[in-house]
Unconditional design. Structure first.
Length: 346
């Protein structure tokens, strides 16, 4: 695989975490960084002769020659940076959520359509978790038969860093994109109708509402529910949450990295129903490596990205519909998958 010249837009927490990932993959060359502070550069990460750190992403994207742009800016700046990167001839790997609203989604779609030779891929890394891969296989291969109901429960204490306390809905606007994408991935179906109730527990440290209850009518006839709180007390779930799948042949549960069917370990997963060396509380770096490997196949070989714009637009449509339902108190209908136009690449 040929070298990949990368610029990183946004050197905050995620930009610096991605630097470590870039430094451990062969054939990656850093062409520039912008915004924030480069805390450290891995010894194994090569740089181009003209590498330097830029004050802002716009000036870097307009002057630096690179193959791809890794965008880790605040979500409200994603659309503009994606437009600039594509105009500069760079494919894009963008942190999630991809955009903040429907207008920005249309901006990204239009920019991608204008540059069909380039890819726009979203770092939707939770579906790259080993447990998610295995759960999808078990469901697809009929372990529980026809699925009637899938639920995902998430509960963590508040995490106030990064401006989350300024958000109207910190869970929905920052974290839920992971869980809603997992529901789509695990079911292999799209949501047709959304019902949602948002609330703020009186003890919450967030100014906004950090908890939500969501019901989704799926395109395969099943029901999916999402119960999430970022003001949880007592035992916490993993960041991935806990998944329960009710089917005609039994109930599959994935909790703390352990797979059970009707309460008994799923033996073919691993000892006591656990994947070998699977750590549900891992920092996520292996997932980012998987995202980057998939992205490189797209850029070098023209493969269709698993979490490219073609797929991720459905996750964003769902996220925005859940927000609308929660904020208005009314159900929201979504178009069927075939009704959403698709870009020609990624």
């Amino acid at each position: 695989m040929t070298d990949l010249r990368v610029v990183v837009c946004g050197m905050g927490r995620w930009g610096n975490q991605w630097m470590d990932v870039l430094g451990h993959q062969p054939g990656v060359v850093l062409a520039g960084t912008a915004g924030g502070t480069v805390r450290s550069r891995p010894a194994g990460l090569r740089v181009t002769p003209g590498y330097r750190h830029h004050r802002d992403a716009a000036s870097m994207l307009s002057t630096v020659e690179a193959d791809v742009a890794l965008i880790t800016l605040p979500v409200g700046r994603h659309a503009e940076a994606i437009e600039q990167a594509l105009s500069a001839g760079m494919s894009v790997l963008c942190e999630k959520p991809l955009v903040v609203d429907a207008e920005d989604l249309e901006r990204v779609r239009a920019a991608a359509a204008a540059h069909p030779e380039l890819a726009v891929v979203v770092g939707q890394n939770y579906r790259h978790r080993p447990w998610a891969r295995r759960a999808r296989d078990l469901i697809t291969n009929g372990l529980v038969g026809t699925v009637g109901h899938l639920s995902l429960r998430f509960s963590r204490r508040e995490f106030l860093e990064g401006g989350r306390n300024e958000l109207r809905s910190p869970l929905l606007q920052d974290m839920s994109v992971h869980h809603l994408d997992l529901i789509r991935y695990l079911t292999g179906a799209e949501a047709l109708e959304v019902h949602a109730l948002e609330h703020r527990p009186p003890w919450s440290l967030f100014a906004g509402a950090p908890a939500v209850e969501v019901a989704l009518q799926m395109s395969d006839g099943s029901l999916a529910t999402y119960s999430g709180t970022w003001a949880g007390r007592g035992p916490e779930t993993t960041w991935d949450g806990e998944v329960t799948v009710h089917g005609e042949h039994g109930t599959l549960q994935v909790r703390d990295g352990r797979f059970t069917l009707d309460g008994e370990p799923v033996d073919d997963v691993g000892p006591d129903g656990r994947l070998p060396q699977d750590d549900p509380e891992h920092s996520g770096d292996p997932d980012l490596h998987s995202v980057l490997r998939d992205f490189r196949r797209v850029v070098h070989d023209g493969a269709v990205a698993e979490t490219g714009l073609r797929d991720n637009q459905h996750t964003i449509e769902l996220l925005l519909a859940v927000q609308q339902a929660a904020w208005t108190g009314r159900p929201v209908a979504l178009p069927g998958p075939a009704e959403i136009p698709e870009p020609s690449h990624g």
